[in-house]
Design a protein. Structure first.
Lengths: 120, 150
């Protein structure tokens, strides 16, 4: 029985799989990586500092960003940052985002197979 | 051929952008300045919360809660301030900048230590000093860029 919620998470995350474009999350994520996104990760709790999240760019919501939560402020808003600070546009430019805007948490890499496994 | 077709069928249809407006060389002391200001603000809020402590009951409980939350944010933003300063120090500033501003290394070293002091203490003067040290570094940063953007 304990396996079923896990299987459900994998199945739902597979449906929500994404491909990474851009280099601002290097060396953690490379362009072309396939990631599973847990859409239910923040149903019961808010994102925490250090987590990889997927959220619309506040300047252009058609573009969905992947960034790391650098910090959470007192009001629960998130400061996002790219792992490659030299090559990232993030909260340093567009400010904090609402925790409610986060679509999910990127938690697993399926491709390339050489780097198959959880991402953090 | 078959492999390509299978991969194409499995490939994600959504893209997520590890986005950068301009692909290199973006530095900004603003992050360190905001973090230092946040540290100052938390020191003030901690003092406010302590002022209503000692009354017992719900008021006491909530003032303690507020103190703990503010200390947590103070700690995190002091750390964020250090990280932002370290990025400027190691990645942005170059030997020619140090030639022109010979006290640059010393300024960074002292500001990083000051951020540590702000973690250890609840001291408005220490937080103000951190803000001032970060602001001085930001001034040098913008001087090397030919002026602060308006």
């Amino acid at each position: 029985m304990a396996l079923i919620p896990g299987a459900r998470r994998v199945a739902r995350s597979w449906q929500a799989r994404v491909i990474v474009v851009g280099e601002s999350m290097r060396p953690t994520l490379e362009p072309g990586d396939w990631l599973l996104v847990d859409l239910d990760a923040y149903g019961r709790r808010a994102p925490r500092a250090g987590e990889l999240i997927v959220a619309p760019d506040p300047r252009d919501p058609r573009r969905v960003l992947i960034k790391r939560v650098a910090a959470v402020d007192l009001d629960g808003r998130l400061l996002l940052a790219g792992d490659d600070r030299e090559a990232s546009t993030d909260s340093r430019t567009f400010g904090a985002i609402e925790a409610g805007a986060v679509q999910g948490r990127a938690w697993f890499r399926v491709r390339p197979l050489g780097r198959f496994g959880p991402v953090r | 051929m078959l492999r390509e077709r299978i991969l194409a069928a499995l490939a994600p249809s959504r893209t997520v952008h590890a986005h950068c407006d301009i692909p290199c060389g973006i530095y900004d002391p603003h992050g360190a300045e905001i973090a230092a200001k946040t540290v100052s603000k938390m020191v003030a809020l901690i003092n406010d919360a302590v002022a209503v402590a000692g009354q017992g009951g719900q008021v006491e409980l909530e003032s303690r809660n507020k103190v703990i939350r503010c200390v947590k944010v103070k700690e995190e933003h002091a750390e964020l301030c250090k990280r932002e300063l370290q990025i400027l120090w190691s990645d942005y500033f170059k030997p020619e900048h140090v030639e022109k501003y010979p006290d640059l290394h010393d300024r960074f070293w002292k500001a990083l230590k000051q951020a540590g002091k702000c973690k250890q203490s609840v001291d408005a003067a220490a937080a103000a000093e951190l803000e001032a040290q970060v602001a001085a570094i930001a001034d040098i940063f913008w001087a090397t860029k030919g002026g602060r953007p308006s």
